[in-house]
Design a protein around this ligand. Structure first.
Ligand code: ADP
Length: 257
């Protein structure tokens, strides 16, 4: 009888603790969801005053075009640059918060990747030229893929922007498209500063920058690759990074067919 009572007691205790942890999880999940929604709303709301400030600065510049001193002109221009930086950061935070909350809609459709990729790379031609960087491409004639072309464009822009940003003048950036029948790949290779092995797993974390001062000067917040990773995951893909300091970096993004 004693053993029977003990078994019943143990079963009841196990059931009770399971029920309690279930109950505890629901408010935690709810709080987490609230927090994600709060972050999404806050990022969205903060963008409006920033754009008003930007317009106000334009008005100040225009109204005082004749009398403004070179120093004040520089101050206004710095302010506009900072507003732009903050606005981009909020846009990225908003995207990450929405993605965490599962409210980013991915519109998957089949399309030919080659003309799109050509167009996306072309958008970086002038900035590469300004730095004397040779931007080369290696694409097949056509490659039909399934994905959200707007998001994939964002992913390619993040990788290309970084490749050019972290490659000194006179370097090389190559963009490739590998139509492997089992998994197709986008490859962005640069001859830039490279990334140390210890930093490699962390560069996809939010707000992680290898050289804080240097990349801040470049106007970056360390959110680009975090967004890139979300886009890749949503397409069930993966990123392979090969890099070494001073030897450049290669980001290969693989997608299942
Ligand atoms: P950021 O906006 O700072 O570029 P990312 O999330 O895109 O943020 O990148 C995180 C960090 O990874 C960068 O600050 C930089 O230190 C490093 N990084 C990213 N891409 C490259 C690259 N192609 N070459 C060297 N370092 C890179």
């Amino acid at each position: 009888v004693f053993i029977l009572i003990l078994i019943v007691f143990i079963i009841a205790a196990v059931k009770l603790s399971a029920a309690m942890s279930q109950k505890a999880m629901i408010p935690i999940q709810r709080t987490f969801k609230h927090q994600q929604q709060f972050l999404a709303d806050a990022s969205h709301e903060l963008r409006t005053p920033l754009s008003i400030m930007n317009t106000s600065l334009d008005v100040i510049e225009l109204e005082n075009a004749e009398t403004i001193t070179p120093y004040s002109k520089e101050v206004v221009s710095d302010m506009k640059e900072e507003i732009g930086r903050m606005s981009r950061m909020l846009r990225d935070l908003l995207m990450l918060a929405r993605s965490d909350a599962g409210s980013v809609e991915f519109e998957m459709a089949a399309f030919d990747m080659v003309p799109k990729l050509r167009q996306w790379v072309l958008a970086f031609e002038s900035v590469a030229q300004k730095k004397g960087i040779a931007l080369r491409t290696m694409f097949p004639d056509a490659l039909t893929v399934k994905g959200d072309s707007e998001r994939l464009k964002q992913l390619v822009y993040i990788l290309l922007d970084n490749a050019i940003k972290y490659t000194p003048e006179g370097g090389k950036v190559d963009v490739g498209l590998d139509p492997n029948p089992r998994q197709w790949r986008i490859i962005v290779r640069d001859s830039g500063i490279g990334i140390a092995e210890t930093d490699q797993p962390r560069i996809f974390d939010r707000f992680y920058r290898v050289e804080k001062h240097r990349s801040r000067e470049e106007g970056s917040a360390g959110l680009g690759l975090a967004i890139a990773k979300q886009i890749v995951v949503a397409h069930r893909g993966s990123v392979v990074l090969e890099s070494a300091p001073g030897k450049g970096s290669t980001f290969s993004v693989e997608f299942p067919v």
